[in-house]
Design a protein around this ligand. Structure first.
Ligand code: 7TS
Length: 417
């Protein structure tokens, strides 16, 4: 069995697993093997308990009352903001805008920054490995402004074609928006280098952090990024938690995104002025409980140490890739586990990924199959879909073995079909 198990990972995975009630359930009579954390992670009882405690003890609207509950809810919500700021190295909690996550954050930047700065002839640079949520907001922006969207190619090995950066990133580029970690290929681009190149060209760098922030230590000051998105549900937090880090001077220059209660300072019949950042971007009743739950998730990850999270994932990724290749799978993306994430896309024995995922589910193994919200990337790879296994802090080498056993079942089934 597991060669990596011998080097007992930096994380005490059995203890971690005991914190996740859902990992005790069965699927089709088999123990659940959850290998779809790139879609959303499971939640530890500490996060679930934070939600219960919020609703049982402190529930009120934030920033709306001077009553005790109102003040407690506000303090918890703003405390969560400070926690997320510290987690990504933001110099000030005011740099953190809360919202539902990456999709909403990129739409926010496209509307509130993009519409302000882009004119006809300007360019937005993306890459060929972006998720639709880092494509469609820019397409809509291009339609509205007459700007053009371009895509930095990827190489055969799933890394960015950095040699072409100079011809794609020009004085016309105003925004460069790139994933910090591909949800399909696992690729981790050199963000500091991209930030330096963007700034030299006079552009801002937006990083889609949906996959990055949950898996690696991140420091927005060291990386010198201008915007970074966070999807709380992919890092143990509740759905619809997370938000956007933005460089403060940029957030201050930007127009509001949505209008409504609490994002204003003064309102008249015919005009209004805006609240300070970050509240200028937080119209209406917010996802208060979710962000309080995210604070508990950040405490949980902080106690493990993000370096240890990364080390665990690198080990399990190395083991999974080795076993998948031995079993005859074709893996997409970089082959070196030290430069990629634990989201592993593959083809196995020409079995359609959807069929494969259905058979695996019968064996209790949850993976994702499909285009992973990256249809143009699938065309570059020359496949309609891939199967994808993705790993997190609670996954074990035994679960990799269960994946391989389930793939063998699928192979037998389709050989005789
Ligand atoms: N960007 C990347 C790189 C992602 O992986 C995802 C979600 C998003 C953006 C969107 O994030 P959201 O939190 O706003 O939904 N990715 C996936 C996935 O790979 N499978 O299911 C969701």
């Amino acid at each position: 069995m597991a060669r990596v198990a011998e080097h007992a990972a930096a994380l005490d995975v059995e203890r971690i697993r005991a914190d996740f009630p859902i990992l005790r359930r069965e699927v089709h009579g088999r123990p659940l093997v959850y290998l779809n954390s790139a879609a959303t992670t499971q939640k530890p009882r500490q996060v679930i308990q934070a939600l219960v405690e919020f609703y049982e003890q402190h529930n009120a609207n934030a920033h709306r009352g001077v009553d005790t509950l109102g003040e407690e809810a506000t303090a918890l919500f703003e405390g969560a903001r400070a926690k997320l700021a510290a987690f990504v190295g933001a110099p000030d909690p005011a740099c953190i805008v809360f919202n539902r996550g990456t999709t909403e954050s990129i739409n926010l930047v496209a509307h509130a920054y993009g519409r302000k700065v882009l004119k006809e002839g300007d360019e937005v640079l993306l890459t060929q490995m972006e998720h639709h949520s880092n494509m469609i907001p820019w397409l809509l922006l291009a339609q509205a402004t007459g700007a053009t969207v371009r895509h930095l190619p990827i190489r055969e090995d799933g890394t960015l074609e950095l040699d072409a950066l100079g011809s794609f990133l020009t004085h016309r580029t105003k925004i460069f928006s790139v994933t910090g970690m591909s949800n399909v290929l696992g690729t981790i681009p050199p963000l500091r280098r991209l930030a330096d190149a963007a700034h030299a060209a006079g552009a801002v760098l937006v990083v889609d952090g949906a996959q990055l922030v949950p898996h690696l230590p991140v420091d927005v000051v060291d990386l010198d990024v201008d915007f970074l998105t966070v999807s709380g549900h992919k890092m143990l937090g509740p759905t619809a938690s997370g938000g956007l880090y933005g460089r403060r001077e940029l957030l201050e220059q930007m127009d509001p995104f949505m209008g409504g209660g609490e994002m204003i300072r003064e309102v008249y019949w015919d005009r209004a002025t805006w609240a300070d950042v970050p509240w200028k971007f937080e119209a209406g009743t917010m996802n208060i409980a979710q962000e309080v739950g995210l604070a508990a998730a950040i405490d949980y990850l902080g106690a493990l140490g993000m370096e240890n999270v990364r080390a665990h994932e690198e080990r399990i990724t190395a083991y999974a890739m080795e076993r998948l290749l031995d079993a005859g799978a074709r893996i997409f993306g970089p082959t070196d586990p030290s430069v990629r994430s634990g989201a592993i896309s593959f083809w196995f024995k020409d079995i359609h990924p959807h069929d494969l995922a259905t058979v695996l589910d019968q064996e209790g193994v949850a993976i994702r199959a499909g285009h992973h919200c990256a249809q143009p990337l699938m065309r570059v790879l020359g496949v309609p879909a891939t199967a994808r296994a993705s790993f997190y802090i609670y996954n074990t080498p035994d679960e990799v073995d269960a994946l391989i056993d389930a793939l063998r079942v699928a192979e037998r089934l389709f050989r005789t079909a």
